[in-house]
Design a protein around this ligand. Structure first.
Ligand SMILES: C[S@@+](CC[C@H](N)C(=O)[O-])C[C@H]1O[C@@H](n2cnc3c(N)ncnc32)[C@H](O)[C@@H]1O
Length: 201
């Protein structure tokens, strides 16, 4: 089974399972760090069932958003479950193939999805150009345990495994993709938010 099949299977019951309940608590913490212009347009990469975007547009009533996910079943769930279909759209696609217009988004989120990407630098290189010059990219994911001394840690969880990145590894990867690291903050347990801005030339 590959990763996409794995998430397709998970999608119909995803919101009822413990990891999703934990991730929703992470979303609440994340939004404490987010500022948006009144009419912002935002992107959520690896949006799953759309819970984070629903919370964003509930919080900011003029904001519109796009969710991208490579699992067709996750996208179906997101479309069916959102109470904000007039302000949110959900599209199917791999982060590295994303074809959004240059400098479209005021904010890009990626919450507990980056750990699954086999080409992390290519993912960041796809994200950087779609951010407006004043925009921010919020990378939210697990970090390696501090006592491990590892900047990058691979785990055999889920098909093809997952990879955790330390604050230092995120800063380095971001810089390679033209993203300047603004700050890191632990949100819940080992889940860290890293905020990036486009590196202005
Ligand atoms: C653990 S879920 C997290 C979902 C959501 N962001 C949340 O906070 O609940 C990871 C999501 O990333 C998606 N995903 C994994 N790899 C992806 C890729 N290469 N491109 C787009 N989406 C991907 C999966 O389909 C899944 O919906």
């Amino acid at each position: 089974m590959d990763k996409r099949d794995f998430f397709d299977l998970w999608a119909p019951i995803y919101d009822a399972l413990l990891p999703s309940v934990f991730y929703q608590a992470v979303h609440i913490r994340l939004l404490e760090f987010v500022t948006l212009p009144l009419h912002a347009h935002v992107l959520d990469i690896g949006c799953g069932t759309g819970k984070l975007l629903n919370r964003v547009v509930q919080h900011w009533p003029m904001v519109t958003g796009t969710g991208l996910d490579f699992s067709p079943a996750m996208v179906t769930q997101a479309r069916q479950r959102t109470p904000y279909a007039d302000r949110l759209q959900f599209v199917e696609g791999n982060v590295t193939d994303a074809q959004f217009a240059f400098q479209t988004f005021d904010a890009v989120f990626c919450c507990i999805s980056f750990l699954h990407y086999p080409e992390p630098l290519a993912a960041l290189q796809a994200i950087a150009p779609v951010l407006k010059p004043s925009g921010h990219f919020y990378l939210v994911d697990f970090t390696p345990p501090p006592w491990s001394g590892q900047d990058i840690a691979h785990r055999g969880i889920s098909p093809a495994g997952v990879t955790f990145y330390s604050a230092a590894a995120r800063t380095t990867l971001g810089a390679q993709a033209g993203l300047r690291c603004d700050r890191h903050a632990y949100l819940l347990g080992p889940v860290m938010m890293t905020q990036f801005s486009p590196q202005l030339l």
